[in-house]
Design a protein. Structure first.
Length: 285
């Protein structure tokens, strides 16, 4: 083995000629020891952190237990927008469904085709159409409702309106075939027939309302396009879950997901209680 001075001289000669000796390979270190050195982003979740990745369950429980103000604001806005959209769609869709079921008139078939077309239209396309209508360059731009909760209500109403029309029309057609001889013998007018059909189909209409509510509160694309997902303004549960997940805020996303599941559970429990009450009063539900 040459002396250390000779080895150093040879290394300097190689360096001057542009040749660099390869360094000996280093042994891989433990990932647990490496993560703090590279500045792992989720490390601020400590002490609930293992190998640099957080355990969001404790933070999620803390958010729900303390009633985080931002969390409560998002939940309140989501329920307000969805309930308003469902109520509006039912007020418009149920009479239209009853009219389409009880009467034959010119233009009835095109209306049914248009309703079924919107039933299968992607939500992002509906959001885009509404955006074009209410943007500054659109025909309703003077209203100034783009990126507001009002725009989100309109988007969800347009989204669930075809559902209420189609399902109510099917329910009313079945009842109209059963009650048509009675209506003719009593000589009932159109408005009285529609009110009778709505009253007799109240249990089915409750199911339709639940379907519309579930569709409205779970919407992401359309409300994000017209609402903008603006913090403290137009951010709802679904858009917040998508944003929080992409940013790594898993605890916040989990908290909102749990609330969504609880809302669905409460709505179905209330529906079952109402159905049992109607059955006890002798109504066929």
């Amino acid at each position: 083995m040459p002396p250390r001075c000779v080895t150093k001289i040879l290394s300097l000669r190689n360096l001057s000629k542009g040749r660099v000796e390869p360094k000996p390979p280093h042994k891989a270190r433990n990932i647990k020891a490496c993560l703090p050195e590279i500045g792992c982003i989720p490390c601020h979740f400590a002490p609930h952190c293992r190998y640099g990745f957080p355990d969001p369950v404790p933070d999620c429980a803390t958010l729900l237990a303390n009633g985080d103000p931002e969390l409560m604001s998002i939940i309140g806005l989501s329920l307000t927008v969805s309930m308003t959209a469902v109520a509006t769609s039912l007020l418009i869709g149920l009479p239209l469904g009853a009219i389409l079921a009880a009467y034959r008139f010119p233009g009835r078939t095109p209306l049914i085709v248009i309703s079924n077309t919107f039933l299968g239209m992607p939500p992002v396309v509906i959001g885009l159409l509404i955006y074009l209508l209410i943007s500054r360059a659109g025909p309703f731009g003077f209203l100034g409702i783009l990126y507001t909760p009002a725009a989100m209500m309109i988007a969800q109403t347009v989204l669930v309106l075809p559902i209420s029309i189609a399902l109510s029309r099917q329910a009313f057609e079945a009842l109209n075939g059963e009650y048509a001889p009675l209506f003719q013998s009593l000589g009932l007018g159109r408005l009285t027939r529609i009110r009778t059909l709505v009253f007799e189909a109240r249990a089915t209409l409750l199911t339709i309302a639940l379907v519309c509510f579930g569709r409205a509160i779970s919407e992401v694309g359309a409300v994000m396009i017209v609402g903008g997902n603006i913090r403290h303004s137009t951010r709802v549960m679904t858009t917040s879950i998508a944003l929080a997940t992409s940013m790594g805020e898993l605890a916040f996303a989990m908290a909102l997901g749990i609330v969504l599941l609880l809302v669905a559970l409460v709505v179905n429990i209330a529906s079952q209680i109402l159905r049992n009450s109607l059955r006890n009063f002798g109504h066929d539900v």
